[in-house]
Design a binder for this molecule. Structure first.
Ligand SMILES: NC(=O)c1ccc[n+]([C@@H]2O[C@H](COP(=O)([O-])OP(=O)(O)OC[C@H]3O[C@@H](n4cnc5c(N)ncnc54)[C@H](OP(=O)(O)O)[C@@H]3O)[C@@H](O)[C@H]2O)c1
Length: 297
């Protein structure tokens, strides 16, 4: 029997990359992409992939979008708090549409004891999925390596120092593209129902290690300094960072110090057949961004 695979939120970075890997493995006829922005996926439509409009904020848009799908990739959304309702709408629509198996992109830190402010929404989504009657696979994606490389390092290089509250704690940062390759492997093969995979990079690095690598790649000196939680919170407040983002950043550091990002797994190698890529590969890909970071006034 043909298994039709639905990738929802398909125009996002993880969604698109997963779609490309899936299409390396199965015919376009067997793939449905759902998105709020059908035009953004015109290239996939031109290749014969079914592209449908779906917005989790408009539950009435979901039945037609999910129709005929057997297995679905549910990518977690961004907005803290609000996304639980959005995920609920998607899960209820998946059940109604007859989807049998949902693969959910969870997070490596998801644990009831973890203080990270992004964790409660995932825990609630796990409860919704566990109570849905669907077969579920949890992909506990590691800390995206893209976050330090493209967001944290450029301003740190410009200032000459990276300041946070992680105090040499380590994280097994993973390329988002490796998360996509794992998701595609799970979507296109059998036997993953009821399983949980921790998807991590190949090494555990501290932010001191990361700044040292960035200095090497960019040729620009960048130091590392750890401050306590209250000091970091105050610095972020003074910089005008909104409450929710500040809470997310500070609680990330607390969670990293508690070891929630540290474990290294071989999931990427095991499920895709090739090793997870190290952080420095991503820095090389973004060398121009890192070397070209403007100097602070
Ligand atoms: N592990 C980590 O370190 C880490 C870091 C950051 C984020 N994340 C999580 O990983 C997820 C995927 O990351 P990404 O980089 O691919 O994010 P992204 O590029 O921002 O994609 C997120 C997608 O969410 C979809 N979306 C937003 N509102 C929606 C709605 N109302 N209904 C349906 N879809 C909606 C959009 O898809 P369409 O435009 O196609 O509708 C958007 O493209 C994030 O959403 C976040 O939960 C993890």
């Amino acid at each position: 029997m043909v298994m039709r695979i639905l990738i929802a939120s398909a125009s996002g970075q993880l969604g698109r990359a997963t779609a490309r890997y899936v299409l390396d493995r199965v015919p376009a006829d067997d793939v449905i992409l759902a998105t709020r922005n059908v035009d953004a996926l015109a290239g996939f439509s031109a290749d014969g992939v079914t592209v449908r409009r779906a917005d989790y904020d408009e539950p009435e848009s979901l039945p037609a979008a999910f129709e005929g799908a057997d297995r679905m990739l549910l990518i977690s959304l961004h907005e803290l708090g609000r996304r639980v309702d959005q995920h609920r709408n998607a899960i209820e629509a998946a059940v109604a549409a007859g989807v049998r198996h949902v693969v959910y992109t969870s997070y490596i830190m998801v644990d009831p004891g973890c203080p990270s402010t992004v964790v409660p929404d995932h825990l609630r989504t796990h409860e919704l999925l566990d109570g849905s009657g669907l077969d579920v696979t949890y992909l506990r994606n590691g800390l995206y390596a893209e976050t330090p490389v493209t967001q944290i390092l450029p301003p740190a290089i410009a200032r000459g120092v990276l300041v946070d509250n992680t105090d040499h704690a380590r994280g097994a940062f993973v390329h988002r593209d490796d998360c996509a390759a794992v998701a595609a492997a799970v979507l296109t093969s059998s036997g993953h129902e009821g399983k949980t995979y921790d998807v991590t990079g190949p090494e555990s690095l501290s932010f001191a290690d990361i700044t040292a690598l960035a200095s090497k790649v960019s040729g620009r000196p960048v130091g590392y300094a750890s401050v306590d939680d209250a000091t970091l919170d105050e610095q972020l407040r003074a910089a005008g960072i909104p409450d929710d983002v500040r809470g997310m950043i500070v609680s990330f550091g607390v969670s990293l110090r508690a070891g929630y990002g540290e474990p290294v797994t071989d999931t990427v190698q095991r499920l895709t057949g090739r090793p997870a890529r190290p952080m420095i590969d991503l820095m090389e890909q973004h060398r121009t961004l890192l070397t070209g970071a403007p100097t602070a006034p």
